[in-house]
Design a protein around this ligand. Structure first.
Ligand SMILES: [Fe+2]
Ligand SMILES: [Fe+2]
Length: 190
């Protein structure tokens, strides 16, 4: 198996885990009275799912992990498992953990994977990995801001790019600054 295929499988697993974690963190933030943070985690979860699906398309095979999360019921069950295992802290801890996870992905995980895809001339994989890396940077910034004051996260909606997962507060950009998709295609998360 090529290095790129191994990398894509690892990245799908990481994105799927982030998806479940953020859904769980969203639920917890809602319970703790931070609806803005809950919304941000919901939007980021949607974005991680887009990354996972995009990596899967680049890999061009089915993924058991994604199949196991492919409906709202299955995702809710995975969230409950995570919570029963005690892996969901308080909102401030969850935000700090999210900043750490995103930073690891854009600094340490994705760059060597992109380098491998370039070496192996795997263009679809390269684009998918590059989009994910860029957007993890966006997420890290959003989470850092929320960590400074969870009660001050006031966006009434987020808008997620269906191609690269770009996550914008309040309003979709006219065109996605990362992949060029039109505002009308963005997914609204309220
Ligand atoms: Fe992310
Ligand atoms: Fe995009």
């Amino acid at each position: 198996m090529s290095k790129t295929r191994q990398n894509l499988e690892q990245a799908i697993e990481g994105e799927a885990q982030a998806y479940v974690r953020y859904l769980a963190f969203s639920e917890k933030a809602g319970e703790e009275g931070h609806p803005g943070v809950a919304r941000l985690f919901r939007a980021a979860a949607q974005s991680e799912w887009i990354h996972a699906k995009s990596h899967q398309r680049a890999l061009a095979t089915d993924s058991d992990i994604l199949d196991s999360l492919s409906s709202a019921d299955k995702a809710a069950a995975a969230v409950q498992t995570l919570r029963s295992e005690g892996k969901v802290g308080e909102t401030a801890e969850n935000l700090a953990s999210a900043v750490e996870g995103e930073t690891y992905e854009f600094k340490k995980m994705y760059p060597p994977m992109i380098a491998d895809a370039v070496t192996e001339k795997e263009m679809a994989a390269r684009h998918s990995l590059e989009y994910a890396m860029s957007i993890e940077m966006v997420h890290a910034k959003l989470f850092k801001k929320a960590l400074q004051d969870p009660s001050a996260v006031a966006a009434s909606s987020y808008h997620v790019c269906p191609v690269c997962g770009h996550t914008a507060a309040e309003k979709a950009p006219r065109k996605c600054p990362y992949c060029g998709v039109d505002a009308s295609k963005f997914i609204e998360v309220v």
